[in-house]
Design a protein around this ligand. Structure first.
Ligand code: PLP
Length: 376
C-alpha cells in the first residue's frame, strides 16, 4: 500500500489529548561532527576499570528475574555519598524521569508549576505533559533573581512545585544560598507545595542546596549521572528529599522501572568518586581558558558555575556563528532565537583539544564575517 497515493484517503488518526496538541516536544539536534559541545555531557569516557567491572557484572546477572524493585544497593550507596539515609534517595532513568515522577506526584491537572525563565526547558515541558499549568516568571536582565520578587511570585501563583536550577541551564549562574533558603521558607509557609532544585551540574558549583535538606522542609535536590559521572548512556538520575516525600514517589513510579543495567552502572560508578573529582577540577580549569578565549574574541560571556558557558558572539548574530561553527565540524547549542537569549550560544567544556578546536573555529568564523562585513 502506498500512503502517498492521492487516491488513498488519509486515515483518520486518533487525536492526542487536547492540552498536548500544541506541544512541540523537546529538541536538541544530534549531528555527526568532530567536536560535539552541545549537550553538556562529560568529554571523558568512564574510567576503563569501571567499564571492565561493569562488563563482568553484566555476565553474572540473572536475566530471567526482575531487577531489585527498590534499587536498594544503589540507593544505599548514593545515600552514603551524600551523608543522608537510604530512604531519602529516589533514583530513576535519568533525572528527567526523576522530575517526571515528581511532577506526576505533585503537579498534574488543576495545579501550577512555577519556573523562572530562561531555564531548563524540560521543567516546563514535563509539567505540561503532567497536565499542570506552568507559570513562567522572568529573571532579571543579568539572569539573577530577586528574593522579594520570587517570594511575591510564589504568593501570587500558589504553585504546587517551584523549580530552581543551580547552576542554571543555560545561563550557568549558581543561585545564592540566601535565595534558595528564602524560596524554601516561602513555600513551606504556604504549606501547599515543594521546591525542586535541579543540580544536574552541582559538582561544578561552589555550594549545594543539599545543606538545606531536613525534616519537614519541602525541598528536593535532583542530580544526574549524565554529566559529571560520564554515564549519560546509562540514563540514571536521583534526588535527595525527606523520606515522607520519597515514599510518595515510590507509589507513583512504574514497578521495576530501573533496569539491572542502570542499577549496576550507577552503583559501580560511585567507586570512582576520586576520578570524578579530578575530572571536575580539570573541566573547571578548562572553563577558565574557554571564558578567557571568548572574552579575547570580543564575546559577551556570563559567569558559569557549570561545565558550559553561555556567550553572545560579537555582532550578535548567533545563528550565523552557529552555522559557521557547524561548517567547521564544531557543534554548540544555539539559543539565538529564544526570548531573553537573543543571539546567544552555549558551549560545553570539552577536552583541552576540543576547546582549542572550538576557539580556533570561532576565531575563524568571526574573522570571515568581519572581513565580509568590511568589504565595500
Ligand atoms: C542535562 C540536564 C539534566 C540531566 O538529565 P538526565 O535525564 O539525567 O540526563 C537535568 N537537568 C538539567 C538542568 C540538565 O541540564
Amino acid at each position: 500500500m502506498n500512503a502517498a497515493d492521492p487516491k488513498t484517503p488519509t486515515p483518520r488518526r486518533p487525536p492526542v489529548r487536547d492540552d498536548l496538541a500544541m506541544n512541540e516536544g523537546y529538541h536538541s539536534p544530534q549531528v555527526d561532527v568532530a567536536v560535539r559541545l552541545n549537550t553538556n555531557e562529560s568529554p571523558f569516557p568512564p574510567p576503563p576499570a569501571l567499564t571492565a567491572r561493569l562488563a563482568q557484572a553484566i555476565g553474572e546477572v540473572q536475566w530471567h528475574r526482575y531487577p531489585d524493585r527498590g534499587a536498594r544497593q544503589l540507593r544505599r550507596r548514593i545515600a552514603e555519598l551524600h551523608g543522608v539515609d537510604s530512604d531519602q534517595v529516589f533514583a530513576a532513568n535519568g533525572s528527567n524521569e526523576v522530575l517526571q515522577t515528581l511532577l506526576l506526584t505533585y503537579a498534574g491537572p488543576g495545579r501550577t508549576v512555577l519556573t523562572f525563565e530562561p531555564t531548563y526547558a524540560l521543567h516546563g515541558h514535563i509539567a505540561r505533559v503532567s497536565g499542570a499549568k506552568v507559570a513562567e516568571e522572568n529573571r532579571n536582565a543579568d539572569f539573577t533573581l530577586d528574593i522579594d520578587r520570587v517570594v511575591a511570585a510564589i504568593d501570587r501563583h500558589e504553585p504546587s512545585v517551584v523549580f530552581l536550577c543551580s547552576p542554571n541551564n543555560p545561563t550557568g549562574l549558581v543561585e545564592p544560598p540566601e535565595l534558595v533558603g528564602a524560596v524554601v521558607d516561602a513555600v513551606a509557609r504556604a504549606g501547599r507545595g515543594i521546591v525542586v532544585v535541579d543540580e544536574a551540574y552541582g559538582q561544578f558549583a561552589s555550594w549545594s542546596a543539599q545543606s538545606l535538606l531536613g525534616g519537614e522542609s519541602p525541598l528536593v535536590v535532583s542530580r544526574t549521572y549524565s554529566k559529571t559521572w560520564s554515564m549519560a548512556a546509562a540514563r540514571l538520575g536521583y534526588l535527595l528529599a525527606p523520606a515522607w516525600l520519597v515514599a510518595e514517589l515510590d507509589k507513583v513510579v512504574l514497578p521495576y522501572h530501573l533496569s539491572v543495567l542502570a542499577q549496576l552502572a550507577g552503583t559501580l560508578a560511585l567507586d570512582y568518586a576520586d576520578d570524578m573529582e579530578t575530572r571536575v577540577a580539570a573541566i573547571v580549569e578548562e572553563r577558565g581558558r574557554v571564558v578567557a578565549g571568548l572574552c579575547e574574541l570580543g564575546a559577551e560571556v556570563w559567569p558559569s558555575g557549570a561545565n558550559f558557558v553561555l556567550f553572545r558572539p560579537p555582532g550578535g548574530d548567533g545563528e550565523a556563528v552557529w552555522q559557521g561553527l557547524l561548517e567547521r565540524s564544531v557543534l554548540v547549542r544555539s539559543w539565538a532565537s529564544w526570548p531573553r537569549l537573543e543571539g546567544c550560544l552555549r558551549v560545553t567544556i570539552g577536552t583541552p583539544e576540543e576547546n582549542g578546536l572550538f576557539l580556533a573555529a570561532l576565531a575563524d568564523v568571526l574573522a570571515g564575517s568581519l572581513s565580509e562585513g568590511s568589504r565595500p
